[in-house]
Design a protein around this ligand. Structure first.
Ligand code: PGA
Length: 254
């Protein structure tokens, strides 16, 4: 087994202005100072709040993530944001390929692959999101859909290049719906994914890669999810917006 410290990650999506993000981050930083050190904490505010939040959490152990990036280095790409800009704003991580990006903003396995490449080259840690839709699951396509997302998303990488990669499995039908995959459903997929990484990229990466679960994670289900052997953390939307609730998530062992 690799060294897979649990990671509890909050994705604030398009919520909270700069000042609101600062206030939330301050409370989270206080709560984090009394939480178990082996549990990593990450927050992903919106772009305009990144640099402000970076200052607030600079002396804490909280990691700062962006929710997206563009793959080109710089230039005439109105409205986009580069890896260097994220680094300069204080990010260490970046969420890539969230299902909302795939669904509403036309992201494909191919564009996601380019984004992962850009993040890795810039030494940003990618949080690579995958997940099946309700329709996929009902028609028995869960594993073939995930297979394709992983193979295409990670095409062309060596296992060494992917050493920092984090995968987030988020069944689309469980995001923001209140429906959570049961701990056994989630574990089944996480084990499948770990075996897939083993097959594609070898045993060392398969044992060390962290696979987070996402989709309606709440204080009342986090403990049972985290107890599963192949679940290494959670990517949390709704329940990460309130700092006290998010604090309960990274204090799930208490
Ligand atoms: P949720 O979102 O926790 O609100 O279901 C999860 C996510 O989209 O990362």
């Amino acid at each position: 087994m690799g060294n897979r410290n649990p990671l509890i990650a909050g994705n604030w999506k398009m919520n909270k202005t700069g000042p609101e993000s600062v206030a939330t981050a301050k409370t989270i930083a206080t709560l984090a100072s009394n939480s178990p050190a082996e549990i990593e904490i990450m927050i992903a505010p919106t772009f305009t709040a990144l640099a402000l939040v970076a200052e607030v959490i600079s002396s804490s152990r909280i990691f700062l993530s962006a929710q997206n990036l563009y793959w080109e280095e710089k230039g005439a790409y109105t409205g986009e944001i580069s890896a260097d800009m994220l680094l300069a704003a204080g990010c260490s991580h970046v969420i890539i390929g969230h299902s909302e990006r795939r669904l509403y903003f036309g992201e494909t396995d191919n564009t996601i692959n380019k984004k992962i490449k850009t993040a890795i080259n810039a030494k940003l840690i990618p949080v690579f999101c995958i997940g099946e839709s309700e329709e996929d699951r009902e028609s028995g396509k869960t594993f073939s859909v995930l297979d394709k997302q992983v193979k295409k998303g990670l095409e062309g990488f060596s296992s060494t290049a992917l050493a920092t990669l984090i995968i987030a499995y988020e069944p689309v039908w469980a995001i923001g719906t209140g429906k959570t995959a049961s701990k056994d459903q989630a574990q089944e997929v996480h084990l499948y994914l770990r075996n897939l990484i083993d097959k594609l990229l070898g045993n060392t990466l398969a044992n060390s890669i962290r696979i987070l679960y996402g989709g309606s994670v709440k204080p009342d289900n986090i403990k049972e999810l985290m107890a599963m052997p192949d679940i290494d953390g959670a990517l949390v939307g709704g329940a990460s917006l309130d700092p006290e609730t998010f604090g309960k998530l990274f204090n799930y062992l208490k």
